[in-house]
Design a protein around this ligand. Structure first.
Ligand code: NDP
Length: 326
């Protein structure tokens, strides 16, 4: 059997952000139509306490099925490595043969931002142009790219826990996008008046508070992905119209939502819709220019399978990657 191996550089080259957003639109519609298979992921703490290991199996009609195996080592960036490293294994749906191994760090970075790009395209005001990014890691960079793909940005602000990292991000990304990127010393100043806010940090306690978010803003909350972690506070969750990627994942993994529900701050019907439902029926999205919309991203395996299939199809056309006989 032939197995195609695609590196991070292959992934970057073969999947431009605009196409990734369109791919995620089709994928999330299939997810919300319950055409995909998305068991909850298994995440384990590793011996030694340095990192975690996550396994995400899933399948999509036609695309095939697969498994993303991803390690999470938060201190990796200091060593010049991604904090999320791993592989996506893709199998074809006809005979169940493994067909590809894809670098998961790059694929995760792009597909996560692409889903936020989709949410922003569907939920943000058309005139949203002032973006605040909280965090300065890999997702911060891919989210800036995704936001720029769906809205005409006029202004970009960044806050990060380590001010030097925010400054380095601003310098690098301003040059990359030809946009001014301003560094802010605190979260409140960074988000005041912003139309779009992306929270892309590894914070376990809320960094973004409801009263700081302007009427009419759209927020993509991407960081906290465990039941006991929160990046945004209960006030924001309660006051915003709340959208998720996949209800079963939200009910099991979305810390902000689960804690607010347990304490009675929100009711059991607080989820307005999955983003795939909005993509299929845009009438479910924003209802006025004043409401705050909030998209909680947890990430699901169908996204990874869709991305791997897209990449393999592209690679077959242009011969990208390496072929191994197994
Ligand atoms: P990176 O390791 O590249 O960056 C981590 C960022 O989090 C840095 O900006 C860092 O700030 C910041 N940070 C770390 N700890 C804290 C803290 N306690 N308080 C505030 N900020 C903190 O990670 P990624 O960019 O790849 O991922 C960002 C988040 O998104 C992670 O939580 C990750 O698990 C999540 N994620 C979610 C996905 C989804 O599908 N929803 C998919 C992939 C990732 P600094 O460097 O300035 O100290």
């Amino acid at each position: 059997m032939k197995l195609r191996i695609l590196s991070g550089a292959d992934v970057r080259r073969l999947m431009p952000m605009g196409e990734a957003i369109d791919l995620m639109a089709r994928t999330m519609i299939a997810v919300s139509a319950r055409e995909a298979v998305n068991p909850l992921r298994a995440v384990m703490a590793l011996p030694g306490g340095k990192g975690r290991f996550g396994l995400m199996p899933g399948g999509l009609p036609d695309a095939g099925f697969g498994l993303k195996a991803l390690s999470l080592f938060p201190d990796n960036p200091a060593a010049g490595l991604s904090s999320h490293l791993g592989l996506i294994l893709l199998f074809e749906p006809e005979h169940g043969r493994p067909v590809a191994i894809v670098d998961a760090a790059e694929a995760t970075s792009i597909r996560t931002a692409a889903v936020s790009g989709l949410a922003t395209r569907l939920l943000a005001r058309e005139d949203a142009a002032d973006l605040a990014i909280l965090g300065s890691g890999e997702q911060a960079a891919s989210h800036l790219e995704a936001m720029a793909a769906v809205r005409s940005l006029r202004r970009v602000r960044v806050w990060s826990r380590t001010p030097e990292h925010a400054q380095a991000f601003a310098t690098r990304e301003a040059e990359r996008h030809g946009l001014p990127v301003e560094v802010f010393p605190d979260v409140e100043a960074a988000v005041r008046g912003a139309d779009l806010i992306c929270t892309v940090t590894a914070a376990r306690q809320p960094i973004l508070r409801g009263p700081w978010v302007s009427a009419g803003a759209h927020v993509n909350a991407v960081g906290a992905s465990m039941p006991n972690a929160a990046e945004i506070d209960e006030d924001l969750l309660r006051s915003a119209r709340f959208f998720v990627d996949y209800r079963p994942s939200a009910e099991a993994e979305a810390g902000e939502y689960l804690m607010a529900k347990a304490s009675g701050v929100i009711g059991p019907d607080h989820i307005a819709a999955e983003i795939g439902e909005v993509a299929a029926n845009p009438g479910l999205g924003r209802r006025s220019g004043d409401e705050v919309t909030l998209f909680k991203s947890l990430g699901i395996a169908a996204e990874d399978v869709a991305v791997a299939r897209f990449l393999v199809d592209r690679a077959e056309i242009d011969g990208a990657g390496q072929i191994a006989d197994i």
